[in-house]
Design a protein around this ligand. Structure first.
Ligand SMILES: Nc1ncnc2c1ncn2[C@@H]1O[C@H](COP(=O)(O)OP(=O)(O)OP(=O)(O)O)[C@@H](O)[C@H]1O
Ligand SMILES: [Mg+2]
Length: 240
């Protein structure tokens, strides 16, 4: 077996609030192979978002190790994590978190401003990312001029514009109707199959979960079940 893209070893996460300890993850071990689309399910409060935040370097474990690619996140400073994150992971959230006063193109461009890159190259990258999500013709629209599904596509373009190896999606279809969700999920399938992205997606929806190749079930801080799926038929031809 090749090196896993993501490896967690004996990860514990305890939040402290008003001197009360809230144990969330309790000695979690997990390997995710490069290029797989993994789904994370579990009851509300079971620690799914927490786990995503640890893998994306938005937070650090109380103890244990988190490796993503060649990087051991528990050894990195906040500053190193910020730089690492901007290059290696793309985040997609339920609420799209677009900047309302910026156009679609300007929103997608934001992560690139941390890079040393010419304006021409930035423009080219933004155009490519927006064409992958099928929104080349909405470059100059602001978020309030887009549908929810289109806003999520812009958020996905923003997540992939730096060409990260890993995409972390926290209930990306939680706010969308069934048909629009299907389009977004097919788009994630495309990023996985055609662009080789390793994807970890949180969802409560079994239909959405069927888009992945493996489903993890988190409950009370431990991984309860780990199910492999039969390979899914190629993502539907249409991602719109
Ligand atoms: N910053 C924080 N400080 C204190 N407690 C926190 C913090 N973040 C999360 N928690 C607690 O950790 C537990 C796990 O939260 P988390 O957001 O990871 O759950 P989740 O599985 O994503 O739930 P949901 O399905 O509702 O999104 C919850 O009990 C929550 O209250
Ligand atoms: Mg959550």
């Amino acid at each position: 077996m090749g090196a896993a893209a993501i490896e967690l070893t004996d990860v514990r996460k305890v939040y402290r609030k008003n001197r009360i300890e809230i144990p969330v993850l309790e000695g979690l071990d997990l390997r995710i192979e490069s290029g797989t689309f993994v789904v994370l399910m579990g009851p509300s409060g079971s620690g799914k978002s927490t786990l995503l935040h640890l893998i994306g370097g938005l937070d650090q474990p109380t103890s244990g190790r988190v490796r993503v690619g060649d990087y051991h996140l528990e050894e990195m400073t906040e500053r190193e994590l910020t730089t690492w994150r901007s290059r290696h992971v793309g985040f997609i959230f339920q609420m799209y978190h677009l900047v309302p006063v910026l156009t679609a193109a300007q929103n997608v461009e934001l992560p690139l401003l941390l890079f040393r890159m010419s304006a021409a190259e930035r423009r080219e990258r933004v155009r490519t990312a927006l064409s992958v999500v099928g929104l080349e013709d909405r470059m100059d629209h602001r978020p309030n001029q887009l549908s929810g599904g289109q806003e999520q596509r812009v958020a996905i373009a923003r997540a992939i514009v730096t060409d990260p190896e890993v995409i972390l999606a926290d209930e990306p279809t939680g706010d969308l109707d069934a048909q629009t969700s299907e389009g977004i999920l097919n788009l994630l399938n495309l990023l996985n199959t055609d662009f080789g992205k390793t994807i970890l997606m949180v969802t409560h929806d079994p239909k959405a979960a069927a888009h992945g190749q493996r489903t993890l079930h988190l409950d009370k801080g431990v991984l309860e079940r780990d199910t492999m799926h039969a390979p899914r038929a190629a993502a539907a031809a249409s991602v719109n």
